[in-house]
Design a protein. Structure first.
Length: 521
């Protein structure tokens, strides 16, 4: 029972059995009831057509042979047995029936036209025992044709009783009972029951076989996925699995292939990052060690000593940037970096960040321009995280372009959002892949960074319900940060502004602030 094929086959068989059980125990009884009702309607129609003929014969003088012939003709026409009974009423209000004629008896009872009171009771011919008279009572009482089931000698029969009288003003004096066995109904229902049972057994067998085959095919595809997942978990390369359908398993296979591709890409990025990080760490560490030995062993003049110390500070700042990037990234992945959105003036935040970078811009002889609205720009965001993102973008524009490259920082309204745009007039990202610039560990210049800054910036933006998009052309690069203009509303996301957090080689706020402090010193 642990086999999926067996479970599905039994499930199919159970559903089929349930369906045929409903047919057998509900539909078949309904069929019997409908056939019996049809039998009653046919008998009632025959009684309505021929009862008048029998009544006309009863009103003639020579009633004996004529009644017998009329009853037999009516019985042959109706394909039913007709029993003609007389009604004998007693003074106490009750009554009984006696036989006048019967189409199934060779010698019918004697018709007695004389008043019943002159006939001794023992001379009256009683109704034959195989004729049920319950329906006759109902017909006489209601003075209309009545139908019902009777039982004679243990056999069910359908009956229709038609009351007869000499005139409408006279109570019925006779009643004609039309009888027909229900054996045709029983035979029809029996045939259908047998067919249902046979069809049910065949359907169960087909369901078992079909369910087992279908489940086996599904299980084979599941085992293929399971085997591939185990091999991939053990570190072995797995070829993309074939997608042979568009059902849920086909979608799962496609997702598995995409997962393999994405994990392989992440693994390659991880290896590249380790190589880059090793290079980033090794270079400043070796440089610091060399400068430390020179300062210790050599008799240096003041100018050379100051130059060595400045180089050491640059290498220390480089290490700090890398450590800060890795720390922020680990906090984001662990969910430990908190976002506290509120109403804030992002234009004021942009101006504060520009003031921080004024010494750095002056050192690189870059013109850092501001284009901010006079009345401010309200947005629903975490101003500290917005400042961190803007620092990353401004530092990128200053540090990754030649000295003297103009950089502008602008703020304005977008479609349901507030936007901060950092634009530089450098060479543009000609060698960078615009589809991957926000991926983690990706950098267009592996020798100058770890490829984490833009990944951090994008993650922070999306945590606030915002986005970052890139626009690059020859001679200009633009990064636009969009944040909601009010609580509960997200700005439109397009381009590279959607997706999982990824990365580029940029620095975080702590590293930039450290640079600014060093320049001030």
């Amino acid at each position: 029972m642990r086999s999926l094929a067996n479970k599905v086959a039994l499930l199919f068989a159970g559903v089929v059995l349930l369906a045929f059980g409903v047919v057998y125990f509900y539909i078949v009884p309904q069929l019997r009831s409908n056939l019996e009702e049809q039998l009653f309607e046919e008998l009632a129609a025959e009684a309505g057509e021929s009862a008048g003929t029998i009544q006309a014969v009863m009103n003639t003088d020579d009633v004996g042979p004529e009644v017998e012939r009329a009853v037999r003709r009516a019985a042959d026409a109706a394909s039913a047995r007709i029993s003609l009974l007389g009604v004998q009423r007693s003074d106490g209000g009750g009554g009984s029936f006696y036989q006048i004629a019967d189409s199934a008896i060779d010698r019918p009872g004697v018709v007695r036209p004389e008043p019943l009171g002159t006939v001794p009771p023992e001379e009256l011919a009683l109704p034959p025992p195989d004729v049920s008279i319950e329906v006759a009572d109902s017909a006489v009482d209601s003075e209309s044709i009545d139908t019902g089931l009777g039982r004679t000698r243990g056999e069910l029969i359908g009956q229709a009783a038609a009351p007869l009288s000499e005139s409408r003003s006279v109570p019925p004096e006779w009643v004609a009972i039309y009888s027909r066995p229900t054996e045709n109904v029983d035979e029809t229902v029996g045939v259908i029951q047998r067919q249902v049972i046979v069809a049910g057994l065949l359907a169960v067998l087909v369901a078992l076989a079909g369910g087992w085959l279908v489940a086996r095919a599904v299980a084979r595809r599941v085992r293929r996925l399971e085997s591939a997942a185990k091999e991939f978990a053990e570190g072995r390369t797995v070829e993309p699995l074939p997608i042979d359908s568009e059902d849920e398993l086909g979608q799962l296979t496609r997702t598995f292939n995409e997962m393999q591709e994405q994990l392989a890409r992440v693994d390659r990025a991880r290896r590249d990052f380790i190589a880059n990080a090793s290079h980033e760490l090794r270079t400043p560490v070796f440089s610091l060690g060399g400068f430390a030995e020179l300062l210790q062993d050599e008799d240096l003049d003041a100018e050379t000593r100051e130059r060595f110390l400045a180089s050491m500070r640059e290498q220390i700042a480089r290490l700090q940037r890398l450590a800060a990037d890795l720390l922020d990234l680990s906090r984001l992945d662990a969910g430990a970096l908190e976002i506290h959105p509120r109403e804030a003036d992002v234009a004021e935040v942009a101006e504060a960040v520009a003031n921080e970078f004024a010494p750095v811009a002056s050192e690189r002889r870059a013109d850092l321009r501001l284009d901010l609205p006079r009345g401010g720009l309200e947005a629903y965001c975490d101003p500290d995280r917005v400042a961190q993102i803007v620092r990353i973008l401004v530092d990128n524009a200053l540090r990754h372009n030649p000295e003297g490259t103009p950089v502008s920082l602008a703020a304005g309204h977008g479609e349901g959002c507030a936007e901060l745009t950092v634009t530089d007039a450098g060479e543009g990202l000609r060698d960078a892949d615009p589809e991957r610039v926000f991926e983690r560990f990706y950098t267009a210049d592996a020798s100058r960074g770890s490829g984490l800054g833009l990944a951090i910036a994008r993650e922070l933006a999306e945590r606030m319900g915002g986005s970052i998009r890139l626009g690059s052309s020859s001679g200009e690069t633009t990064f636009t940060l969009s944040v909601p203009s009010e609580a509960g509303r997200e700005p439109p996301r397009d381009g590279h502004a959607t997706g999982a957090p990824q990365g580029d080689e940029r620095v975080d706020s702590g590293a930039v602030a450290e640079d600014a402090r060093m320049v001030r010193r």
